[in-house]
Design a protein around this ligand. Sequence first.
Ligand code: B12
Length: 215
Amino acid sequence: MADIHDKIQQFVISGDSSMLNTVMQMALDAGGQASDLLNNGLLPAMDLVGQKMKTGDMFIPEVLMAARTMQSGLELLTPHMEGGDSMSAGTCVVGTVEGDLHDIGKNLVSMMLSGAGFKVIDLGVDVKAPDFVKAVQENDAQIIGMSSLLTTTMVKMEETIKCVAEAGMRERVKVIIGGAPVTQQYADTIGADGYAFNAPDAVQKAKELVAAVAA
Ligand code: B12
């Protein structure tokens, strides 16, 4: 399987969606697990892209191509990811905070929450604090999931939590946060209810928090 993981990484880095989808489809047809292709192929590929970006070996247009390629790989895997309960596990409003355009991790979290039976209202990227609040009100959501990939946009998470409190909803809405620069310590500092390092942990955390709201 190591060979297929190498190929996935190579095609993500070179931004070749067509070849990526071909090798991934072949792996799935041969009985490969979607979670293996994700965890050992696509995710490490994005880490490599990040390293290359940092060292100046990849520039924004190439990173964007790699990101689009990664996204197409995720879409291919979505129907193969583990299905969840048919009944809704709860409603989550998810988005990347204001000023931040990174959405791959957020999309992965949305996808896995959906797979676990949550109704997901995905607000996309560059989401302003009042828009999170509005979406919670309109959809009677129990959870807000915020993503931030830039140290400069992390503060928007705290702003959103304040906005939720000002709307008088802090008691009934749980907030989980994530993204590469975010930590449990940061979540504690800004008064978020949960932090998750990756998408499976995000699902686990969301389930725990919905159970706590219901109790
Ligand atoms: C792809 C990418 C881009 C693409 C984004 C395309 C897209 N559609 O998302 C583009 C080219 C647009 C881009 C632009 C920029 N980027 Co950029 N980008 C990245 C890169 C390489 C990968 C991010 C990624 O997708 N990772 C893969 C996903 C799966 O991981 P993830 O996002 O961390 O998500 C996981 C967890 O964090 C968690 N999670 C994520 N969200 C949530 C939410 C919740 C609720 C929970 C519970 C969990 C959770 O679960 C996810 C799945 O496991 C990172 C480097 C890196 N390694 O992070 C840099 C990086 C984030 N970018 C960086 C920078 C500087 C920029 C720019 C400012 C560059 C510039 N000069 O213009 C711009 C900013 C644009 C903006 N306003 O947002 C820096 C940030 C540095 C910092 N300290 O803030 C990084 C770290 C690169 C670097 N090493 O310097 N970027």
